[in-house]
Ligand binder design. Structure first.
Ligand SMILES: [Fe+2]
Length: 345
């Protein structure tokens, strides 16, 4: 399968990965032959790209951080968590169960890089974001080598619920394509505290989960919110979630901005270490992000286009690629006279 930016998606292409709705249901199944109507509806939904199957990418699989089945289950859980009503529909055990299974899958794939472009509709951002932040947080948590299975599970749970306070903010405000009014902005800013209050009232989570949620918008230099905590005053979980949160937000298509490439998001994080982000954690995080994700098209320094086949954590700028359209495979770790010029997404 290969990644195809939405502008290049055409009728007649075959889906290489199913497209999920916000409830975790398969909206368009893997293997679907796209017609005009499907193509148009993907554009209307604000999907920034899809994975397709074609001859050039045949045999290429791009593993996600967690399996598609678990993604679906986690999405369903988050969707239920965000439903209105006084009493939550989701039990704490259900959250921890999904968090633990996510953690186990991530631990099983220890060496995995974040190598995948995320496929989601712009309006479904809140739900996909929660699941991806949980997965990315655990990926970073594993890298620190400081956390055991139970702690990583709590970190995943904190990731899944970190934005639950957004249930009090209307969708029209969350998805606004315009600048927010001062009142609306205040409401958005309060969501970390609202999340914390909601969890404290309805659940019995460990203090580190609650702190991770409450402080996930604090900045390392003390310029964040809601308490303007700085440095190690900010809990470990919150410093981890903060990085995952910003990375996912930047690389997603949301109603108010187009996605930034993985390298753009890595640049942003590196440029803001010590200000927004804990420098040690940020350094560990960026080592796990594929700059040129597998399945993406790139331009090589000799002007040829190529498809990224494989990344190795030791050399994130020099993947193994297949030149298009003739199929020659080049390992850029060996072919030092060549380099990737840019990611074409
Ligand atoms: Fe948030």
């Amino acid at each position: 399968m290969r990644y195809m930016p939405i502008a290049k998606v055409d009728a007649g292409m075959v889906l290489g990965q199913g497209i999920l709705d916000r409830e975790g249901e398969v909206m368009l199944a893997k293997g679907t032959l796209l017609g005009q109507e499907e193509t148009r509806s993907l554009v209307d939904m604000g999907v920034s790209g899809i994975y397709i199957e074609d001859a050039a990418s045949s045999g290429l699989e791009v593993p996600g951080l967690i399996s598609q089945a678990l993604w679906q289950e986690a999405l369903r859980l988050v969707y239920d968590l965000f439903q209105e009503g006084d009493a939550p529909e989701v039990g704490q055990d259900d959250i921890i169960d999904v968090a633990r299974r996510m953690t186990k899958e991530l631990l099983a794939g220890r060496g995995l890089l974040y190598n995948r472009m995320d496929i989601r509709a712009a309006d479904d951002y809140t739900f996909f974001h929660a699941v991806n932040v949980a997965a990315l947080s655990v990926m970073l948590g594993i890298q620190t080598e400081n956390l055991d299975l139970e702690e990583l599970t709590m970190l995943a749970a904190a990731g899944l619920v970190h934005d639950v306070g957004r249930r009090y903010v209307e969708e029209a405000v969350l998805n606004a394509k315009r600048a927010l009014t001062e009142e609306e902005r205040m409401l958005v800013v309060q969501h970390a505290k609202l999340s914390y209050d909601y969890l404290k009232e309805h659940y019995d989570f460990a203090p580190e989960v609650l702190a991770g949620v409450l402080e996930h918008h604090e900045w390392y230099n003390g310029c964040g919110y809601p308490m303007r905590r700085s440095g190690y005053e900010i809990s470990y979980f919150a410093r981890i979630i903060k990085i995952a949160d910003v990375f996912d937000a930047l690389t997603s298509k949301v109603p108010y901005h187009d996605p930034v490439s993985p390298s753009g998001a890595v640049d942003y994080i590196l440029a803001n270490t010590g200000a927004e982000f804990d420098p040690d954690l940020a350094e560990l995080f960026v080592k796990k992000i594929a700059i040129y994700p597998a399945g993406c098209q790139v331009e090589l320094s000799d002007g040829r286009d190529a498809l990224v086949l494989e990344n190795s954590p030791e050399s994130l700028l020099r993947p193994k690629v297949r030149v298009l359209p003739d199929g020659e495979v080049v390992d850029l770790q060996e072919a030092k006279d060549l380099a990737v010029l840019e990611l074409k997404v």
